[in-house]
Design a protein around this ligand. Structure first.
Ligand code: CO
Length: 297
């Protein structure tokens, strides 16, 4: 394996992510609230010496990703198919990992499809393999269960304080001939569905990210922007701002900053035909023997 700068910090981020994810998974059961689980996971990341790479996301049924409970969120677990997506940052080095829990008991095959696709893709994450080959493996694994991958969602590279860095890891054979390189840190995240296989952006975002450094005139919004800058360009939850600032100020600031192009909103991503979606994700270092940084102990 080539020398990987800051390997120990990548490993640490992976371990914190894993532990926080496991803690969250243990709390996903009938009657518990999404808000409680999200808060618990964020808290565990901090207790373990990290900070969230992005707000803990709990997306259910036909929602693929980017559902992050707000402070007034009343939703509770019942019989949904739940995706828990967790990331910890350790000094800017990032972990990113997700699992699906099927509380209904009706979607074990769909759950196995994305899990199998992830495992097969990890095995193939060796230097020189093309991105399209990884996508093809994911597509075929999911297809062998009779389901479709979500084609407009992908895995991604990870860099310091950058959750979505190059390369884009497709979930289907997209004919990208870019080759994986030894030592690259990537997040592989196959999504499987019994629906049409693509998602659209819905409304009411609760996850945002600073995308440009630019001042803003209004003093109230400026105060909130200064706070946002403390997240180092990583995604943040509206809920986190509501702890520090009155709700109406937060709403105003988010609107103003979005319009000014300073932050970007990430609304929940919903399956086009409202199919059920499952997802598994690991953070991996590409190598002759790929290293899974978020592996179970
Ligand atoms: Co990811």
């Amino acid at each position: 394996m080539a020398d990987i700068p800051d390997l120990e910090k990548w490993k640490k981020a992976g371990i914190i992510t894993r532990k926080a994810l496991d803690h969250g998974l243990s709390l996903i059961r009938k009657g518990n609230s999404l808000l409680n689980v999200a808060e618990e996971v964020d808290k565990r990341i901090t207790e373990l010496g990290g900070s969230p790479s992005f707000p803990t996301q709990i997306s259910m049924n036909d929602i693929a990703a980017h559902y992050c409970p707000d402070s007034e969120d009343q939703s509770v677990f019942d019989d949904q198919v739940v995706k828990l997506d967790v990331g910890a940052s350790y000094d800017g080095f990032l972990g990113d990992s997700a699992e699906t829990i099927d509380l209904s008991g009706n979607y074990s095959s769909l759950t196995n499809a994305s899990k199998k696709a992830l495992n097969e893709a990890i095995k193939a994450s060796t230097p020189g393999v093309t991105l399209s080959e990884i996508g093809s493996i994911i597509q075929e694994s999911i297809g062998s269960y009779g389901f479709s991958p979500i084609v407009n969602l992908s895995g991604h590279g990870l860099a310091r304080n950058e959750v979505h860095a190059d390369p884009t890891i497709p979930n289907y054979a997209n004919s990208d001939t870019t080759r994986l390189q030894e030592g690259q840190v990537i997040a592989i995240e196959p999504f499987a569905t019994n629906g049409s296989g693509s998602i659209f952006e819905s409304s009411n975002p609760t996850v945002f990210m600073e995308i440009t450094k630019r001042p803003i005139r209004s003093p109230e919004t400026r105060k909130i922007l200064e706070h946002i800058q403390g997240y180092h360009g990583l995604p943040f939850a509206k809920r986190w701002l509501s702890r520090q600032f009155p709700a109406f100020r937060v709403n105003m600031a988010l609107k103003e900053l979005t319009i000014a192009g300073i932050i970007r909103a990430f609304p929940p991503l919903v399956e086009k035909s409202h199919g059920i979606i499952t997802q598994f994700e690991h953070t991996v270092i590409v190598g002759e023997k790929p290293i899974v940084l978020t592996a179970e102990e």
